[in-house]
Design a protein around this ligand. Sequence first.
Ligand code: SF4
Length: 75
Amino acid sequence: MTETTDPHCGACRYFRPVDAPTGTCHRYPPAFAGENSPRETHHWRFPVVSNRAWCGEFRPPGAAVSGLEFDLQRG
Ligand code: SF4
């Protein structure tokens, strides 16, 4: 059984709900969904994830965003 304190998409800063069990992950830009993607006019989509899934990029709301810690002076 999954504890409610376990990291999961539904509690991640990058998750946006779509319906009760699923949402979209906005950790990275949309990915190409294919020329024949039936519901898209632009063919690019954010990944659809279960709110109980998780990945190594999980960040709780308000956490620092990784990738922004680089040194701007070093170019
Ligand atoms: S846990 Fe991973 S897959 Fe799920 S919303 Fe967060 S970044 Fe996306």
